[in-house]
Design a binder for this molecule. Structure first.
Ligand SMILES: [Zn+2]
Length: 181
């Protein structure tokens, strides 16, 4: 069950908050004890890509916590003012310094426990020159048999890669929906 209770102070006036069910609501919110501001917490979108060069997939080794040193597909939190597609491209540029042509939405996985929705798009790499940003130790292409399955940072990355290689073997790519509770 998602029970974060992360908001300790009011974003408006800085006073402590208290979790309670506001009038006309049906779940607990952080309510400011001084000014009454109600703070809503909703899931965040994580957007990323499966960048492909011929038979290989690009992975990034994380230079940040959590999961420092483990491998991930380029992905990150969607920003205000952008679409999911724009966010996926931006994260791929920021983390890998890779130039891509975005293809179809490939996986959408609810990560209920942490209040996130992860969306990955397939993408075609335009070349193999990478310029990893500060969040990435190294960006590297992997053949399927080289994927470091025991050193992947996130379960959504693992499931997305598993679907990718299965679809590729079958000769057609679908859209994969999943829930991690
Ligand atoms: Zn307040």
């Amino acid at each position: 069950m998602w029970d974060a209770r992360r908001i300790k102070h009011c974003r408006v006036c800085g006073s402590p908050t208290h979790y309670q069910v506001p009038a006309d609501d049906n779940r607990e919110r952080a309510v400011c004890i001084a000014c009454g501001e109600v703070h809503y917490e909703n899931p965040l979108n994580v957007v990323g890509t499966v960048p492909v060069w011929r038979e290989q997939v690009l992975l990034c080794r994380r230079n940040i916590e959590p999961r420092y040193g483990l491998w991930t597909l380029p992905a990150g939190f969607m920003e205000l003012g952008e679409t999911t597609e724009q966010g996926a491209v931006r994260e791929t540029v920021e983390e890998a310094g890779a130039r891509i042509e975005l293809q179809g939405l490939f996986s959408m996985i609810n990560v209920v426990r942490v209040g996130q929705v992860h969306l990955f798009y397939r993408a075609r790499l335009e070349d193999t020159r990478f310029d990893p940003g500060p969040e990435t130790i190294e960006a590297q292409l992997f053949h399927e048999h080289e994927i470091p399955w025991d050193q992947l940072a996130f379960r959504t990355v693992r499931e997305t890669l598993q679907h990718f290689f299965a679809d590729r073997a079958n000769g057609s790519f679908g859209l994969h929906l999943g829930d991690i509770t």
